[in-house]
Design a binder for this molecule. Structure first.
Ligand SMILES: C[S@@+](CC[C@H](N)C(=O)[O-])C[C@H]1O[C@@H](n2cnc3c(N)ncnc32)[C@H](O)[C@@H]1O
Length: 243
């Protein structure tokens, strides 16, 4: 999973004992060589699906990290792209990866907590990859309301969501074990590092999006494969701010 150029076990341990924000500051220089960066095949599958929902002028990548979603937005948006993240270290890596003067729409980087997004309703498209596990279920409605408030009327918020692993499968036990270990860690150690895999359940997510004011639909992401019963392994959530 990790390459020789990725973080050492010791570095990962120090990061895991830091706050979420500080942990990412420390991980940032090696983040793109970890499996935590959203893989290109996921980015490509989402880009293909979202292209048909446009055209888009302005785009926002929520919890942009080193800019995985910003790359997608630069393919899809004509005017301006913004990445927002609370880790200064991750934003520094992102800035270096997208130097000013590149062809394509201009990119702006904003350091802010996604739980209180600082934007006027200016964006046509918002997306997010790989970050929802960092929000407690009680924070999710506020997060979604902030994205809703950052979109123009007619704007869309999109993100992929994976089907949960079958109960009893190896992946099921791995994620359950990870979340249990994080809960123990967060009881025993301060500051907390918030990262849970099993708290972002489709039904709850759809309910919170609706409560935040979105009209929501799902579409399959066929490029990411199918489960043995033929259902898609991942779907795209498309949440629209109607007014
Ligand atoms: C796993 S990384 C994903 C980065 C990128 N979106 C990707 O897919 O490669 C999670 C990112 O979420 C950011 N993050 C976590 N909680 C946040 C918060 N409350 N506000 C802003 N950024 C946050 C972290 O700093 C980190 O850059």
């Amino acid at each position: 999973m990790f390459t020789k150029q990725g973080p050492t076990v010791r570095e990962l341990a120090v990061q895991a004992l830091s706050s979420t924000e500080r942990g990412y500051d420390l991980l940032a220089p090696k983040f793109d060589r970890t499996p935590y960066r959203t893989p290109d095949r996921v980015l490509d599958a989402v880009a293909r699906a979202v292209r048909g929902l446009g055209p888009f002028g302005t785009g926002l990548d929520v919890c942009c990290g080193t800019g995985a979603g910003v790359g997608v937005l630069r393919e899809l948006c004509r005017e301006r792209v913004t990445g927002v993240d609370f880790s200064a270290g991750m934003l520094a890596e992102a800035r270096a990866a997208f130097p000013p003067g590149d062809t394509g729409p201009a990119v702006h980087w904003v350091r802010a907590d996604a739980r209180s997004l600082p934007f006027a309703p200016a964006f046509d498209l918002a997306l997010s990859f790989g970050a929802f596990g960092h929000f407690l279920p009680s924070e999710r409605l506020g997060l979604f309301a902030g994205v809703h408030g950052s979109l123009r009327a007619g704007g869309q918020f999109v993100f992929p969501i994976g089907a949960p692993p079958p109960v009893g499968s190896r992946a099921y036990w791995t994620l359950l074990g990870f979340d249990a270990a994080m809960r123990v860690r967060n009881v025993l150690w301060r500051p907390p590092f918030v990262m849970y895999y099993r708290t972002f359940r489709l039904g709850d997510v759809l309910e919170d999006l609706s409560r935040a004011g979105f009209t929501v639909r799902l579409q399959p992401l066929p490029g990411l494969g199918a489960r043995p019963d033929g259902s898609p392994r991942a779907r795209l959530v498309v949440a629209v701010r109607e007014h």
